[in-house]
Design a protein around this ligand. Structure first.
Ligand SMILES: Nc1ncnc2c1ncn2[C@@H]1O[C@H](COP(=O)(O)OP(=O)(O)O)[C@@H](O)[C@H]1O
Ligand SMILES: [Mg+2]
Length: 329
């Protein structure tokens, strides 16, 4: 684990295993998540993300392995663990027949808050989540984004120190996703520890202090987004030319470059530094070849996933511009 912080761990896990029948879902998961940080468990559909959340939040039992959550043993002190955490599941806990306010007040009651305190927190959360106007409307009328916000607000009624968010933005439009991200960042600023699962590489990149890539029940890589990106090559500069002759002329002077005759582009390995870019431009100058445009590509988490698993992570709905709208849930 890359975390060199001295913050005490909010969550530690050692050798978590879980199988359903002869299907191995988790094949030995170790985790250390510092207090007050955002951890993202990143993986495609079926990787075992929800199973991990269910085990750590004591909803289901692991076949073997140990974990401490907020300092409590997941098995021996399950009740204490439950009191220290909040879980926003992949499927909404919102009651459609109740208003936003009623849903929040219900959570306050379930958490045995005194009435006045429950009302205060409800009002506060409605305000913070920009749901005040919708407070008296039944949740059935809410958009996907509003529902997801209400769901998170309901988790926060009890003011837990550790929050599990299982795919909090799956199916949300880009604007609602940004709002959720901001709310999550706010929570962490106040000291909350977030355990987030996501299929979105960009989401992990944006939010997480530490990321673990889960694939077929194993963590195949861990670290900060930058550390993961450094695991792989893939940075390059792409030059676009007006015609094949110029492309050929440029290709002849760059030693290690891949030229693509169809798109009239030349791809040159580069770390993206200004020194390197200047060197490339200098070479171009000496050849008197004119490039129409230059773009810099730094490796992103998609490249990491591709490199580590040997397959693109595009078999899911995670491609942000083509997000399907909230599906029925
Ligand atoms: N209760 C269950 N019974 C049988 N198989 C299950 C059960 N829960 C999950 N699985 C299987 O475990 C694998 C991981 O599931 P899950 O943890 O939900 O993945 P993710 O949340 O990453 O999409 C899947 O192949 C799923 O079908
Ligand atoms: Mg899941």
């Amino acid at each position: 684990m890359s975390t060199s912080t001295t913050a005490p761990a909010a969550i530690t896990a050692l050798g978590l295993r879980k199988s359903y029948g002869d299907k191995v879902v988790l094949d030995g998961i170790d985790l250390t998540i510092p207090k007050g940080s955002i951890f993202a468990l990143l993986g495609p559909n079926g990787a075992g993300k929800t199973t991990t959340v269910e085990i750590l939040s004591t909803l289901i039992a692991a076949d073997s392995g140990k974990a401490q959550i907020a300092g409590y043993d997941m098995v021996e002190q399950a009740e204490r663990v439950r009191k220290s955490i909040g879980v926003t599941g992949q499927f909404s806990a919102v009651d459609n027949l109740l208003t936003a306010e009623e849903n929040l007040m219900l959570m306050a009651d379930l958490n045995h808050l005194p009435k006045a305190e429950g009302r205060r927190r409800t009002a506060d959360l409605l305000e913070r989540f920009d749901l005040t106007e919708a407070a008296k409307k039944t949740a059935a009328t809410f958009s996907g984004g509003m529902r997801r916000k209400l769901d998170l607000a309901m988790t926060l009624v009890a003011a837990p120190g550790i929050i599990f968010l299982d795919e909090p933005t799956t199916g949300l439009d880009p604007r609602s996703r940004r709002i959720m991200w901001d709310l999550i960042r706010d929570l962490v600023r106040q000291g909350t520890t977030i355990f987030l699962t996501t299929q979105y590489l960009e989401e992990a990149d944006q939010l997480a202090d530490n990321i673990a890539l889960l694939d077929h029940g194993k963590l195949i890589a861990e670290g900060t987004a930058d550390e993961l990106k450094r695991l792989i090559p893939g940075g390059h500069v792409r030059l676009q030319f007006a015609d094949a002759a110029q492309l050929a002329a440029a290709a002849s002077v760059f030693g290690v470059a891949t030229s693509d005759e169809e798109s009239l582009t030349l791809q040159i390995p580069s770390d993206g530094s200004t020194t390197n870019l200047r060197a490339i431009l200098d070479v171009l100058d000496t050849t008197e070849v004119h490039a129409e445009s230059l773009t810099v590509h730094t490796p992103d988490l998609d490249d990491v996933f591709l490199t580590l698993t040997g397959r693109p992570k595009t078999d899911d709905p995670a491609h942000l511009p083509h997000q399907p709208k909230e599906s029925a849930r």
